[in-house]
Write a protein that binds this ligand. Structure first.
Ligand code: SF4
Ligand code: SF4
Ligand code: SF4
Length: 317
């Protein structure tokens, strides 16, 4: 039973840390929320189920003065690895509880599936979700309401942890599907792609939720998107400025984006912003044969310069 094993481990880890970050039930049945556990009596509030969508590692660079325990899924664990590479955390001060994961839900997809009816309860039965609304219960296959990242997940078991809750599981998702959506998108003409992104970015309200939720966006208050005198982008809200903001965000993530999908999950306008980062990730894989957040000993490719890169066939560029 994963939840009771998880609680046992938290009980064990809690005396060694200042705070342990996990999940608890949120303000309604479809939302979980981060739980900051400092006292044993709070352990009972912890939950573990497909509502546990957040990448809790995002808090770690801002809590460097504390000893922190954190619960991670496979995808989240790549954040820990990337932080180690970039020296954004002191790993000796972090206790990582890893949970092998079979997928979470996209809250937006669930809300769309029930036509935005108020949700009275959610139960997970086998590979299905049973969602009760005033119209009655509705059974939805989990596959239909998972975020895209889960349908191609290559790392269901955390890559870096101190404790593992339960048995490790292997991915059953074919590797060749990972960039399939991007390759499909690239079959469109340049003009079609330009129109697609213009339509998407036109809805951007520059709330910066995508940046704030991104575990690798660590500049935050120093972000040039908020500078009053930035050379690259202004505070105007026209399409050019929105484009510019997203290009800056994406390029700052080149070789660093660990594909957690948080940027896309939190966007109130449902703009597929992770797609741009995925495209850059695909290029980086092709050019440098590099995947971020896998090996703590790796150096991200943009941290180094070589006159001739071993894996780039320059004549093809
Ligand atoms: S991407 Fe993998 S580890 Fe992450 S939530 Fe989905 S199934 Fe779990
Ligand atoms: S979260 Fe969405 S609306 Fe807000 S800045 Fe990012 S893309 Fe724009
Ligand atoms: S850009 Fe998006 S997918 Fe990449 S690390 Fe940041 S939040 Fe995660």
């Amino acid at each position: 039973m994963t939840l009771s094993k998880l609680k046992e481990l938290v009980q064990q880890v809690l005396p060694e840390v200042d705070v342990l970050i996990g999940y608890k039930q949120g303000f309604d049945p479809v939302h979980a929320t981060p739980a900051f556990v400092t006292k044993p009596e709070q352990i009972n509030d912890l939950i573990w189920n497909p509502l546990c969508v957040h990448n809790l590692c995002s808090y770690l660079p801002f809590m460097k003065d504390k000893k922190v325990g954190v619960i991670v899924k496979g995808c989240d664990s790549r954040t820990i690895v990337q932080y180690m590479q970039e020296k954004l955390i002191d790993r000796t001060k972090v206790r990582v509880i890893g949970i092998p994961c079979r997928g979470v839900i996209s809250v937006n997809k669930v809300l769309h599936a029930v036509n935005h009816q108020p949700i009275e309860s959610i139960n997970f039965e086998g590979g299905n979700l049973v969602v009760k609304t005033p119209e009655g219960p509705k059974t939805i296959p989990m596959d239909e309401v998972m975020p895209a990242k889960c349908s191609i997940c290559q790392y269901p078991t955390p890559l870096n942890y101190d404790h593992l809750v339960g048995e490790a599981i292997q991915s059953d998702k074919p590797k060749e599907k990972v960039f399939e959506d991007i390759k499909e998108f690239e079959k469109l003409s340049l003009e079609e792609r330009r129109k697609y992104w213009e339509k998407e970015f036109d809805r951007c309200i520059r709330c910066y939720a995508c940046r704030n939720a991104c575990p690798m966006c660590v500049c935050q208050d120093q972000c040039l998107a908020e500078s009053r005198d930035s050379h690259w982008t202004s505070q105007r809200d026209d399409l050019t400025e929105k484009y510019m903001f997203h290009m800056i965000h994406s390029l700052h993530l080149a070789g660093r984006c660990i594909e957690c999908g948080e940027c896309e999950r939190v966007c109130p306008m449902e703009i597929p912003v992770a797609k741009i980062k995925k495209k850059i990730g695909m290029e980086l894989k092709e050019l440098f044969d590099y995947v971020p957040g896998i090996n703590p000993e790796d150096t991200p490719p943009m941290y180094t310069f070589k006159a001739e890169e071993a894996t780039i066939q320059e004549h093809k560029l």
